[in-house]
Ligand binder design. Sequence first.
Ligand code: ADP
Ligand code: GLC
Length: 488
Amino acid sequence: MNVLSVTSELFPLIKTGGLADVTGSLPKALQTCGISTSTLLPGYPVVMDKIKGAVPLLAFDDLLGEQASLLHAQVDDLDLFVLDAPALFNRPGGPYVDEAGNDHPDNWKRFAALSRAAAEIANGALPSWKPDLVHTHDWQAALTSVYMREMGCTLPVVLTIHNLAFQGQYGVDRLHAIGLPASTYTTQCLEYFGDISYMKGGLQTADAITTVSPTYAREILTPRFGMGLDGVLNERVMALRGIVNGIDLDVWDPATDTYLPRNYDGTSLKRKRENRAVLLERFGLDHGEGPVFSAVTRLTWQKGMDMLAETADEIIHNGGKLIVFGKGDHDIEAALLATAARFPGRMAVHIGYDEPTAHLIHGGSDAIVQPSRFEPCGLTQLYALRYGCVPVVSRTGGLSETIIDANDAAVSARVATGFQFHPVNTDGLRLALRRALDTYSDTRSWARLQNQGMKTRFSWERSAEKYAAIYANLVGNRTDGGLRRLGA
Ligand code: ADP
Ligand code: GLC
């Protein structure tokens, strides 16, 4: 089966978060289920740099008013279609924001163009390749199925919601410019509180909707987590399914990770101390005993990083150290930096985003803190488990089903892997940090948690099979329908 995956980011080419990790690793896993994935992504400058010599397949003279072409390339194991549209994608900054951190003003057009190009491919624009199914990711690709339905293309579409907080909501005056007729501006398609919503259009026109954990799939049916789309999701509940993310066990392996000064595995955990020494040096922290807690994350309200700024003293006053590495909202960055200034040598906050540092932090830390207010799946806690860091997480979304809280029953059954807290507020976080600090002082209990975490398997295998089953069901239904029609 051929699948066209449509995404705005893809590891290792371009990444701002977990979406890239997932779209970059799922195709490999699906291959073992007999599914071959080709991924369409925008030709950002870093992508164009990495695919020099790519073969042009198709020219668009007028892709929403812009000139564009479709290139074919292979990077590592990934088969790629790259949308080269210089007016839309060749500019400084990241995929969504400019160098000053402001949204690109034409994101509405950039990602409509990506979706439009995807729909053309689905509709047979490439004589040499046609997908059996299209898999779209998040609002940036969600219009694909709206365009497809407008073209009369009935190929099945799976839309995966990685984060419902981002929806692509724009004024209805954009409708004409994105090449969609007024008939799509209805509550059954794009209309959303007087605006148009790309995510809503996708939810209404995809055949199956998935999200990245079963708990988040349930949460988004409620007003608290549904971000205004819970009504639509309830209407489409029979098409909605949660599939927990896997991780790439080759990219994230402490035994072979080339970013670590010292490699280790479950039988040689003591070697983590060498990484810890390098890590403390790197972040300008004092050496000495006490656990190192770290957060590697977007510094945003979603991730509860304001709560970590308020509770950092709990760690420091009890002999621990805290490292925060990430980028995000300016007020949260400022709050964290101000807290760190109160604890020189004990707490460090570095504003930045780079892969080697993220790996080093996992390799050298004792615990990873992820106090998210909502978390569709979360990958950092999974990397933490694999690297022998004990996760301290809020009980929400994917965090609640990937970490087993060290309560009495779980500890005596030897299945505990970390600490969860609920309610998700600073008191809850403070208590969880205190529990972690207490446990750390009992070396054997801590080692048991680490070992249990390292044994947990979050490979893609099982989840890829679940995607494959959804694909097969949709493609099979279509074939059956076709056969029935032929037979009639
Ligand atoms: P989200 O996608 O919501 O940001 P996830 O936990 O799913 O959250 O994925 C986050 C990804 O981004 C992980 O791969 C993590 O290692 C990476 N990441 C987060 N912050 C940084 C950072 N400062 N530097 C490098 N990688 C980071
Ligand atoms: C989103 C979510 C995160 C999830 C990631 C990959 O960015 O916030 O929880 O792990 O997508 O699916």
